[in-house]
Design a protein around this ligand. Structure first.
Ligand code: BGC
Length: 768
């Protein structure tokens, strides 16, 4: 260091200038932060051109848009646009970009945005699965590949990560997020933002990330998608906002406002959220896009009088960009002319969008280079990362008498049964299907490839699964995914009988059941969590053959598997595992990988238990009280499997929980240590989880709260001492009585173990 600074002193000013110019040429992105040309560009723009930058156009003639503004391409030609979404064919993208760059007056390129949620070509496990890995490094690496692939294909902005806390499995979008916990949610949020954006938003080979849906969408009444959320302020701060705050701290470039009413004010018109929290408290400097058509929907909510009022309310709440509704394009200029919106406000909203385009280098490279894209999409390393992600995400829920891993030397025939055993699209979930997915390996294929010709593998599909009300995505232009065909009752009956017969003549049956992709995700809420379409009956009939049964679940939310949890010896939760699903699951089934996924949600016994979450408050009569307990009288209200739960092919012992201080002052940071040993005879991973409970205070506190975790690998017989920090960040909460963040001088409990019901306990006192 000292040598280089003294050499710098010897340089003449002109040499320093040349050096600086060279650095600028080599690393243009590092200096684009507040690029002067964004302001210069803004000065040249007419009001209409500015408003066009505040508009995101649908990449096809979306009827809602056309009704307001006519053909989206014409709108682009006339004034340009901030962004275009839902186009992913490179030729089509280049055509749209040429209109923006060649035909609009100022030649400002558009940002192409798309839902690259868990992969573009290499499809990784769904977000709920990746969260089950409790492995932020793996998640970051996966999203970095997703970003690189998407960017090579011209997508510079992903509408991810989805950060909605989900405490109700009836809500279909649980699959898109990291589950029910704010601490785990924040860690996974951070990892995703870093993976998507790289070190700084605008990095080449990366995309802009978008923290969505801001905020409270997961608390929809009754788990019904889009329904109102009623969330008290303390619950917003303590539960729903932390993942978003983590994304903001990690430098996320954009936020998306949610669809639903939050405490009677739609999120897309909610100034408290978009201004007071996001800009004033968190100092967010990027831009906010609405969810699709959400600006116009303010009228349907009964919040805005008409289109003009909707444009005004969304814009003045803090939505920079109107996704696909055309409401800003149609009405915002009038709002400026009438004086309700100032030109300064418009400029402030446009500037971060132009800056993002500059940082992304879109002015220099607006078009997709298909040969580079093909090279990136065919990187042989990516499927390996995806396969590893599957191995790390799968959760082993039950394994009686160590049925798993299956021993190839003991088996001559395997029955692979079920409507999800040989489907490709369903492994990818709805968003995985949207992009340009690479070839998927089905579970059947994965098993066949694994066992070779020595073991006979026989497949039976069983009855088809269907939604009672078809998904709105089945016939939407950009989705190709379909439901399984309708069957007559005779066909379904025959398929059922064939499947049971295959099980009867095999040594072991692997049943692959759950939900087709269109059963979870957006607009996919359910009132029941049962295995639908005759799957439960099929499972029971196959189990009745007396053959050993392994149940592999493909689904986006916990399902009602109460019967299976008592009668089926081995259960693997694979979620939607992506296009390496078949390989990764076969690796687990035959012991080439040892499962260590842990649940990011509490697993209910039935839909009647929802909403269900481990970090609830104590009642006056908890479930284990002698009488008047707060439980259902017809079944336990406790989860079937608790938050944080997951088995392994080996066993672990947690012991020797120690605190470096048992009394400390508010503001201190304590060290918590624990010994973890692998007590089995296989190498494996465990996820050590630290929970706390504050015994009294200015508000009732949850029975337990996750405040630290580490996923570690241990060889058989190996032992490791882990350390966790407990400081003000972990011990604080937003108090409803004090209306602020507090750390209180109280008695605290601490537990460490491998799920949220762990018993290994210690305690400490915080004093003033
Ligand atoms: C979804 C968003 C998504 C957007 C764009 C909406 O329907 O709610 O999550 O990003 O569409 O595809």
């Amino acid at each position: 260091m000292s040598g280089s600074s003294s050499r710098l002193k010897e340089c003449s000013p002109s040499r320093i200038l040349i050096l600086f110019a060279l650095i600028l040429l080599t690393f243009p992105h590092s200096f684009a932060q507040s690029h002067p040309s964004a302001k210069a560009l803004l000065k040249q723009m007419t009001l209409e051109e500015k408003i066009a930058q505040l508009s995101q156009l649908p990449g096809f003639p979306l009827p809602e848009f056309v009704q307001q503004m006519g053909n989206p391409e014409d709108a682009l030609r006339k004034y340009g646009a901030g962004s275009v979404l839902w186009v992913s064919d490179p030729k089509e993208m280049n055509r749209w970009q040429h209109i923006a760059v060649d035909e609009s007056r100022l030649h400002i390129p558009v940002i192409f945005g798309l839902d690259v949620i868990h992969g573009y070509h290499t499809i990784f496990p769904s977000p709920i699965a990746m969260a089950s890995s409790w492995d932020p490094k793996m998640v970051e690496a996966a999203q970095a590949i997703a970003a690189r692939e998407a960017r090579s294909a011209g997508i510079a902005w992903t509408f991810a990560p989805m950060l909605d806390i989900a405490r109700d499995a009836r809500w279909g979008r649980m699959v898109e997020g990291a589950g029910e916990d704010p601490y785990l949610g924040a860690a996974i949020a951070r990892a995703q933002v870093l993976g998507f954006q790289g070190k700084q938003s605008g990095d080449p080979d990366h995309v802009l990330a978008c923290a969505k849906h801001f905020a409270g969408y997961g608390a929809a009444d009754g788990g019904r998608d889009y329904d109102s959320s009623y969330i008290p302020e303390e619950e917003m701060w303590n539960v729903y906002l932390p993942p978003f705050k983590a994304a903001a701290d990690a430098g996320v470039a954009t936020f998306m406002s949610a669809y639903m009413d939050l405490n009677d004010v739609p999120a897309t018109g909610n100034r408290w959220l978009l201004h007071d929290v996001l800009r004033d408290t968190w100092n967010f400097k990027g831009f906010v896009v609405s969810d699709a058509n959400a600006v116009h929907s303010l009228i349907i909510h009964g919040y805005a009088r008409d289109g003009e009022d909707a444009a005004f309310k969304a814009f003045s709440a803090g939505v920079n960009m109107d996704m696909a509704s055309g409401t800003y394009l149609k009405y915002l200029a009038d709002e400026v002319k009438s004086g309700r919106v100032s030109m300064q406000q418009i400029d402030d909203a446009v500037l971060p969008i132009l800056e993002a385009k500059i940082r992304l280098g879109l002015f220099e490279h607006p078009y997709v280079d298909e040969s580079r894209m093909n090279q990136v999409l065919n990187d042989p390393h990516s499927p390996e990362v995806a396969r590893n992600a599957v191995q790390r995400s799968v959760v082993l829920l039950r394994n009686e008498q160590n049925l798993l891993p299956l021993d190839k030397s003991n088996i001559k025939s395997i029955a692979v049964i079920g409507p999800l055993a040989d489907t490709k699209d369903d492994l990818l979930d709805m968003w995985g299907d949207l992009n340009k997915p690479g070839p998927a390996i089905t579970i059947l294929q994965g098993i066949k490839d694994k066992v070779g010709s020595r073991i006979q593998v026989e497949f039976a599909h069983g009855p088809n699964i269907q939604r009672d009300i078809p998904s709105m995505f089945e016939n939407t232009p950009m989705f190709t995914i379909k439901e399984q065909p309708k069957q007559t009752s005779e066909e379904a009956h025959q398929a059922f009988e064939d499947a049971v017969a295959v099980a009867r003549r095999s040594d072991v049956a692997v049943l692959v059941l759950g939900e087709i992709a269109l059963m979870s995700g957006e607009s996919a809420s359910r009132s029941s969590l049962k295995l639908s379409g005759g799957q439960e009956q099929l499972l029971e009939a196959v189990a009745a053959t007396g053959k050993p049964v392994v149940l592999v679940l493909i689904n986006g939310r916990p399902l009602n598997i109460s019967w299976a949890s008592e009668h089926v010896p081995a259960i693997l939760e694979a979620w939607y595992p992506g296009n390496q699903g078949g390989n990764g699951i076969a690796d687990i089934l035959f012991g080439d990988a040892n499962p260590a996924g842990h649940l990011p949600v509490s697993w209910p016994r039935s839909a009647g238990s929802e909403p269900l979450y481990y970090n609830h408050n104590l009642t006056q009569n908890p479930e284990d009280a002698p009488k008047f307990t707060s439980r259902y009288w017809d079944r336990p209200s406790t989860p079937l499997y608790p938050f944080g739960y997951g088995l392994s092919y080996t066993t672990f012992a947690y012991d020797n929980l120690k605190l470096n201080q048992t009394a400390a002052k508010v503001g201190a940071t304590l060290d918590v240590s624990v010994d973890v040993a692998n007590t089995g005879n296989r190498a494996g991973d465990t996820v050590a989880q630290l929970y706390i409970h504050q015994r009294a205070g200015s508000a009732s506190r949850p029975v337990r709260q996750l405040k630290g975790f580490q996923r570690i690998t241990l060889a058989p017989g190996a032992k490791q001492t882990l350390h966790f920090k407990l400081g003000p960040d972990e011990l604080q909460f937003w108090s409803p009585t004090k209306k602020k963040w507090v750390v209180e001088p109280e008695q605290f409990d601490v537990w460490v173990g491998d799920n949220s019901q762990t018993k290994l306990h210690s305690e400490f006192l915080l004093t003033q």
